[in-house]
Design a protein around this ligand. Sequence first.
Ligand code: ME8
Length: 637
Amino acid sequence: MNTFYITTPIYYVNAPPHIGHVYTTVVADTLARYRRMRGDETFFLTGTDEHGLKIERVAAAEGIEPIALADRIVAAYDALWPRIGVEPNDRVRTTEPRHKLAVHEMIRRMIAKDDLYKGEYEGWYNPTAEAFVADSQVKDGIDTETGDAVERVREASWFFRLSAYQEPLLEWYRSHPESVQPVGRKNEVISFVEGGLNDLSVSRASVSWGVPWPEDADHVVYVWLDALTNYLTALGFGSEETALYDRFWGGEGERLHLVGKDILRFHAVYWPAFLLSAGLPLPTTVYAHGWWLKDESKMSKSVGNVVRPDHLIEEFGADSLRYFLLRQMVFGQDASFSDEGFVDRFNSDLANDLGNTVSRLVTLSRRGFDGKTPPPASPGPLAELAATVAEEYRRAMDEFAFQTALRSLWRLLAETNQYIVAGAPWKLIKSPDTLSQAGEVLWNGLEAVRVVAVGLLPVMPTVAAQVLAAIGVGEPPTSLDGLRWGALPGGAEMAESSPIFPRIDKKGYLASIAAEAEPPAAAEAEKADDGSIDIEQFMATQLRVATVRTAEAIPKSKKLLKLTVELGDEVRTVVAGIATQYQPEDLVGRQVVIVANLKPAKLMGVRSQGMVLAASVDGAPILLRPDGEVPSGTRVR
Ligand code: ME8
């Protein structure tokens, strides 16, 4: 069985994660899931980089110990991964004892090879990138490559004979076409190495937060030698327990490091040189992807233009974010993040193309076939396309072309829609004479959706499983064989489906985030003494008429009811504290007024996307309703 080892960079613990960190990790998670379905034995590693000057300084500025800072940020990462469906096999921390063993083993091997010697480093250091910077790359105290401020350093240091590895590295790039990707970036690395390599300082005497240098207590290990070794630590390198190492690093399988292009040099030059020195195998591929940009510049903790994932996950669901990240960026190139782009993609690809197709097929099949899938039909015109798409999808996923893979699945969805429109099963189910014809159309449509959902499993694990359940497939397949046409069971129970992706009211959403981004300080200042507000302030609250579609009690709550309400073409869940006054069955079909742009909140475990208005009479809620029936979604003002 082929083995597949996939890693993300280990993230600095100077700040909580943003979309950039989520991106690399979601890509790795997607690939790990895909490779498992392909039949590869897979190990997926992520982790945190906790030592070094940058962390030491951020902690000092907060007046806390570095380990306290690290613990806090690690907790944020640990909480994030399950929320976004990221399931690594291990998460390594560079402050763990097992990591020190691995780093010391690397250094022991480098010493044995006579690749380390003591000297003095005099030159520039970039603390943001944790990098020693050549004089030629510094202008007016700025690292011209990164734009970060640099500092002058003069201290005793251990050096690594990097210069001795210029030829072996060039030989590696030449003889292994897949060693560094994409090819444009590989060429940059090659020119850099051809330009000549200086020996590298690999210890710091003026930093104390790090792995101690073995037998030289005045030094800590340079944070990049420390950090890069994490990829071996997690496999037990340097410890007694080396089974994972033997399986995933020492053997024939694939070893893939995913990194952002900002840290390619460390991974494609220093890391293989360290490994060569230590007499260890090299990675099969270092793949550098592009940057997420916001307002034209790289999203970064130090610039402060970051998009944090929490709000997007809360609002749209983890899988929507995963889909967006993989669909929007051409792997390897830069991409821009915008809220508008996010909503557009959500509404068109997820709510419309995927969500509507599924709900239409499920509704019609349930109606025509007694709540079940129609009997299996002979393959129609979609079958051939599905086979082509499955082929394209696999090829694209094998080449890390996630966007192409998803576009291909969406081509099948688009064709499926056309096929349904042409077949008009909603007419055919009306008469017993044409019911079997309706069944053919519906079964073929559902089967095509099944193939799409199987392809989506690595990208949107939860939603794809939901889609499969909705169309009568009990257990999601665990292998890519599931892409083959014909597996949809006939006569399988189909639960009544609720919309998987309710459309986002784009204008309302963009206005609500704009309002959040701008603190109400100005409005505050204008508030009159008597507490009156002006019309703009009132209009910031979006009141709308909604029609109650379902209502139910919330277990263990005396006061709360859970309602699903329709607002135009959008359906939302709202929680209302009206159970003492109203029975759920009396509410269905009734119109209410809701605050539509209230920040969602969780009440008794249910996420409420709005607030129902009621007059409060001695604490008892009396609901408001329009004087006559109005279209749901109508604004109140
Ligand atoms: O560099 N767009 O950690 P880090 C895309 N600790 N990806 C981005 C991104 C953006 N705007 N910003 C960050 C470090 N990333 C070192 C790594 S590895 C031995 C040590 C992602 O917290 C991308 O993967 O600065 C990038 O390489 C990584 O986060 C940098 O994370």
